[in-house]
Design a protein around this ligand. Sequence first.
Ligand code: ADP
Ligand code: MG
Length: 737
Amino acid sequence: MTVGLETRLREVLGKKTAEALADGLGLETAGDLLAHYPFRYAQRGERTDLASLGIGDDVTVAAQVRAAVKKTFTPRSGRGRGRGGRGELLEVIVADEAGRTLTLTFFNQGWRAKELVAGRWGLFAGKVAQFRGRLQLNSPQYQLLAEDADDPSSAIEEFAGTLIPVYRSTAELPTWNIAKAVHTVLGLVPDPPDPLPAPLRERLGLLEYGAALRQIHRPESHEYLGAAKKRLKWQEALVMQTVLVRRKAESAGEAAKPYPEGGAILDAFDARLPFDLTDGQRQVGAEIAAELAREHPMHRLLQGDVGSGKTLVALRAMLQVVAHGGQAALLAPTEVLAAQHHRSIAEMLGDLANGGQLGAPPEATQVVLLTGSATAAQRRPVLDAVKTGAAGIVIGTHALLYDGVDFADLGLVVVDEQHRFGVEQRDALRAKAQRPPHTLVMTATPIPRTVAMTVYGDLETSRLTELPAGRSPIATHVVPYTDGRWMQRTWTRIREEVAAGRQAYVVCPRVGDADQKNGGGEDADAVGGADGDKRPPLAVTDVIEQLRADQLSGLRLGLLHGRLDADEKDRVMRAYAAGEIDVLVATTVIEVGVNVPNATAMVVLDAERFGISQLHQLRGRVGRGSHPGLCLLVSEAMEGSPSRERLDAVASTTDGFALAELDLEQRREGDVLGAAQSGMKSHVKLLSLLKDADIIAASRAEATALIEADPELERFPDFAALVDDLAADRGEFLEKG
Ligand code: ADP
Ligand code: MG
């Protein structure tokens, strides 16, 4: 039998192992298994830093046996009960190079003392538990290492090398069994053809594919491991960038309808603007205006901190399109935001939004709102206006993507807060236009260059770096929850703001009792519990009762969270915007875009449960008017703890880009890629968007050169196949919707 990457593991491995690999890790073929790279390498004598093990973590550590002690005990429960109700407990103390120890416990397996003798090195795998202040692994799985690496008779062949691969494993399949399976497969599979373009591989001095696969699983040395990683990262980066560059090249060649600069409704709007555009708004506005006037579709990302005035830039772009008979769609991530955009855009336009009504200026258009919760009767006139083209500006949520929403002439798609949308949704909306529409993506999440290059690799980027003049600074302070005086002061400050005629927010991480896990996706970013187990996060429904009865009694409180129905949400937001509610107790539904300039103070409870960028976005809700903003981050996090440091960082600067970099350092790659590039997520195994900025930038340049010289990649069919695969992954996702 010839074995290749596509051979089923069942044909080359034992049935049990093959099944465990398939069921536990989703690995079906030899190629799948070889692409399951070790996530780290253990070393005999390594500094595992046993001190850093977290309770409840599943770990595999390399450590040396120090002592083994047998004890008898009378178990309270059935566990470990031996004959006569007494059991035997074997306690094995293992230590790392630094001398830190870990206790292994085995019940009624005294025979293990024969092999777990002092001096032996082994890999030990299990869940970290704490008992009487000591870290321990209960009944760990283990594999002893060769007693003497020079003595082949006793060497355990799997781990003869100095670098021992540690794989993501399952309870049925410890890492060393995976290593064994990989070893078997590597022995059977001949080196696969190298998919990277040979001239490039040689010029960059990259290891061949087969060699890289062997070295990543069974490294001969640190040098080889480094070379293998570099080679495989390059492949990931180059394939990904080629997909993006090709996509960009393709769409640059597409024909789009041009909308000339200026136009009646835009000029009328500009003439009544009550303030001057910032320099940034002017500059980016000119860029966008010129692109809309071209015969190829614009694909632009507009980055700008909260409050930098992106919406205004987008609105002016929409008006340019409307002025020349086109329509613009604005896609918002939540109904609250869509409704708010609708309100504020209609407000900004004044009678320019009264298209079709008696007495409206001739250049006026209609601005309509389309959300999922509208009834069929409510939708019908809206859908008609969209279809006839009477509605120049169509604002909505995902509902805009549904069948049955037809545009007369969709010329521009604006996507607000892109980090909540995928490329797939963007594509679905684009598909509603007869010709590819122009696309403008707005995000308030500052993104480092290489991340932008990847996540938004098919877009040009613009940045608004200044805030409009007259903005008041936001002061942020961390308030220790346990300090009664500070807490009292916190609520007093809120009362003072309200007494002065202003409004406030109180933000909590959770909705409340009926909370299902993962309900509504409005939970704080998954940073909770960083300081160990404690009470559940505070919930808006509980907190509002408490505040109403006590700290904020007598004030008008409102409740807002993602599980209210859309009408209720809209009613609450309107009441708050109209000043009929003093304090809004809310979840992160208010995170993005909510704009009530009279709101000047925010209290974030359980602040350590939120991510850095999330907190930054949240506090952007206050200080939007001429009064200074105040943000109080209430937390139980101990001084000096990592959670507390994150909060201190947020308090210390209002520079969104600095905070975003910090945030990214603490996030996992998958989160960074997010839903933005679903196919990319599984493709990127080794490459770090943050640490491998140089590889990404270099591969971008190589990909651009490759596509320019050979748009169809005809010279490199193996490479083209990888690129097509990744591109198709995304397509497939699109179809699944
Ligand atoms: P972003 O969407 O970037 O968070 P917005 O576009 O919502 O910011 O702008 C926030 C507020 O600032 C809005 O009330 C808007 O009308 C106002 N604004 C926008 N541009 C300017 C400007 N150049 N000068 C003064 N205020 C502005
Ligand atoms: Mg906004």
